[in-house]
Design a protein around this ligand. Sequence first.
Ligand SMILES: Nc1ncnc2c1ncn2[C@@H]1O[C@H](COP(=O)(O)OP(=O)(O)O)[C@@H](O)[C@H]1O
Ligand SMILES: [Mg+2]
Length: 343
Amino acid sequence: MIKKLNKIISPKYLIIVLISLMLLFFILNQILPPESFEKFTIIFLIFLIIILISFLFLLIQKRKKELEEIKTLIKKIRNNEIEKSDDIILSESLKNLEEEIVTMYNSWKNIIINMKKLEQVRTEFLGNVSHELRTPIFTIQGYLETLLDGALEDKNVNKTFLKKAIHHTNNLNTLLNDLIDISMIESGQMRMSFRYFNIHEYLKNLISEFKLQAESKGLKLFLHSVNEKLEVFGDKNRLKQVMNNLITNAIKYTEKGNIEIGVIEEGNSVIIYVQDTGIGISEEDLPRIFERFYRVDKDRSRELGGTGLGLAIVKHILEAHESRIFVESKVNIGSKFYFRLKK
Ligand SMILES: Nc1ncnc2c1ncn2[C@@H]1O[C@H](COP(=O)(O)OP(=O)(O)O)[C@@H](O)[C@H]1O
Ligand SMILES: [Mg+2]
């Protein structure tokens, strides 16, 4: 009964009732004699007021019920009693509001899911950092304690132990620098300074810095000839970090052969690549090597002074250039890392 009344309590019905009454009033005015019409007018007015008051009363009741319904729903959402958006149901007259609440609920749910994911990533990252710090610190501690326990007097080992301790201190330093970079990049504090520069000059200088390191491993490091006038757009210092990481990796993970660095012009952009004839990366490891701390061979990487953060930094810096890092690799044949820059 109340439900039916609720349906009737709409402005549409009120207008219909009022118009019908007016019509009736008009017709009676025509057919009734003037004295009885006067009486009728009073009765009619009283009747009209009663109708209006009842309508108002029912309307207030209806609104009250709707507010109650909304309050109950909000309470359920607040108390986490709603498991999925399909459980959000309001009566027919509140369908628009129901849609809005569903949209709000879904975006709120997404925010919570993302926050939980971020929290998990942060915890994992902290775990990784502590683990990575612990390894060199324990090793250094071990060497120093052995030296103090007598090895200091042993001419056969004292220098070697000290050198090893220094090697691990250097690793620690690299790790801290990489961590600072990663946190600067991820908190958006890394300032970029984009300008045009001559890529031939740039790569030539870079290669000369790594020549000795490569030759000491018997590797040939060379620049594939490029247009000597070619200018590219980017942040020179940050790109140096990218190239340093790629070239260091190429040298680290190559036992014999050569490392080729080159530039290919393509339309409005240039492709810069670092190609080696090294150990390569298996297909299952390829998609993961840009993750923070991911290393195909952890011990080997650590031994070579790696932190597992280099390629994550490379990826971030290139993203800041609206670019991406690509890799092609075959186990025991070699790897090619490349990216685009605007020219
Ligand atoms: N040129 C390459 N050849 C073979 N493997 C590579 C090469 N570059 C990177 N990798 C693999 O990707 C991993 C992640 O690289 P990176 O982030 O630079 O960390 P790392 O500090 O270990 O060098 C390396 O540990 C290595 O397993
Ligand atoms: Mg590296």
